[in-house]
Design a binder for this molecule. Structure first.
Ligand code: PLP
Length: 417
């Protein structure tokens, strides 16, 4: 793979072409052009994805795996074809390692309940980090409540970097799973996941990576990483909402019991006994989000056509520019200054609450997230109630950063500071 630093930064006409693919970016908000910097919450969708969903409902809508009729077979082919393209995007060994779920949250709950709950005992431990999203905390707390296991949290330093030595100390013979985020949504930190996995595997501990904030920004090769589980949401990588992926190594999936029961996840049912389907269908009870799966595969094709490394290079430049620009804004303090970061700039204004900053930015047409970002423990770690977060995507530009900075000047004017 080409190192990201050696790629040239995409030029303005290239980015303008990418922007043209996203019709919503032509929206005006409060009379101003929309500057969309809330990509960490969800990304916008290119025409190709919107058209793919529309096309499915116009020409191919039928239930999957159940019909002998032509439409059902076509829907099944497209749905399973989407699975194969997603497997290839992640470099999974086989499509059967891709389980369709609603999103990252559901993927983590599936692993917690199906894989971990059954093999964890009182006194065992689950290891997460202090920078996790609630969806990589609460499912583990539930398992701990159900089993008497203990949740342990690897600390982070003042820059938002994981304390690797603490991690090495904390993993032990009682650890049953390591569940960490690949990229932090609240801080932007990119975790050294290869090293985390190496250490965990040396202790025979499987690793789940929460890839919600990573997959659209950094190359993900699940086989090179050798992670046991990788979870992400379609809507954060230019795909539809309500669809996501749990990647898991085939031997793990085979060993895991089903999580939800219903249609499609069975081979045969009698009142005495049910025989379950093969993987991955064993984990896909009920009619799935067929249009969503097809739309997600198109979104990944779109990213692949541009090149994740090219996107990464562009976003690295945006991060550098935005960091410098925001550092120059009086009374602003950045939260999350790790060496290795994705294009997320989280900050507080020393005098103005994040929600007020967010509201004024909105009036300037700039959409950011203001709040705790579903990562309350991160806010507690940094002693702030909330931050403002500008999170970037492939269609953002230097002009978007200028608009953000200009809107921050408005904040100063309104609050007289
Ligand atoms: C790091 C991280 N993990 C998990 C999630 C949950 O994703 P979803 O709500 O799509 O399930 C998010 C969403 O913001 C996230 O940023």
């Amino acid at each position: 793979m080409t190192p990201i630093e050696s790629l040239t930064i995409p030029d303005a006409p290239t980015i303008a072409r990418w922007r043209d693919d996203f019709p919503i970016l032509r929206t005006r908000v409060h009379g101003k052009p929309l500057v969309y910097l809330d990509n960490g919450a969800t990304t916008q969708k290119p025409t190709a994805v919107i058209e793919a969903e529309r096309d499915y409902y116009m020409h191919a809508n039928a239930n999957v795996h159940r019909g002998v009729h032509w439409l059902s077979q076509r829907a099944t082919r497209d749905y399973e074809g989407a699975r194969a393209r997603i497997a290839s995007f992640l470099n999974a060994a086989e499509p059967e390692e891709i389980v369709f779920v609603r999103g990252t949250t559901e993927a983590i709950n599936l692993v917690a309940q199906s894989d971990v709950r059954g093999r964890i005992k009182p006194g065992d431990e689950i290891l997460i980090s202090a920078m996790e999203h609630h969806s990589n905390i609460v499912p583990w707390q539930l398992v701990c409540e159900q089993t008497g296991a203990q949740l342990r949290v690897v600390p982070i330093d003042d820059s938002g970097t994981l304390d690797f030595e603490a991690y090495e100390r904390m993993i032990n013979a009682r650890t049953r799973i390591v569940a960490v985020t690949h990229v932090s949504n609240a801080l932007g930190t990119i975790n050294p996941v290869e090293r985390l996995i190496d250490i965990a595997h040396a202790h025979d501990v499987p690793v789940l990576l929460d890839g919600a904030q990573a997959v659209a920004h950094v190359p993900v090769d699940v086989r090179a990483l050798d992670c046991d589980f990788y979870a992400f949401s379609g809507h954060k990588i230019y795909g539809p909402t309500g669809i996501g992926v749990l990647y898991a190594k085939a031997n793990r999936l085979k060993a895991m019991p089903p999580w939800q029961g219903g249609g499609d996840m069975i081979r045969s049912v009698t009142f005495e006994r049910t025989e379950y389907n093969d993987i991955p269908w064993k984990f896909e009870a009920g009619t799935p989000n067929i249009a969503g799966a097809i739309g997600l595969a198109v979104a990944l094709d779109y990213v692949r056509a541009i090149g994740i490394e090219v996107i990464g290079r562009h976003e690295a430049q945006l991060l550098a520019d935005a960091t410098e620009a925001m550092r120059a804004v009086p009374r602003v303090r950045l939260i999350g200054t790790a060496q290795d970061k994705a294009a997320i700039v989280s900050f507080v204004h020393e005098d103005v609450h994040a929600h007020d900053v967010g509201t004024i930015l909105d009036h300037c047409g700039v959409a950011v997230r203001a709040g705790h970002h579903c990562a309350m423990p991160v806010m507690q770690r940094f002693g702030v109630p909330a931050t403002v977060r500008a999170s970037f995507a492939l269609y953002n530009t230097r002009e978007d950063i200028d608009a953000l900075v200009a809107a921050m000047r408005k904040v100063q004017e309104v609050f007289g500071r």
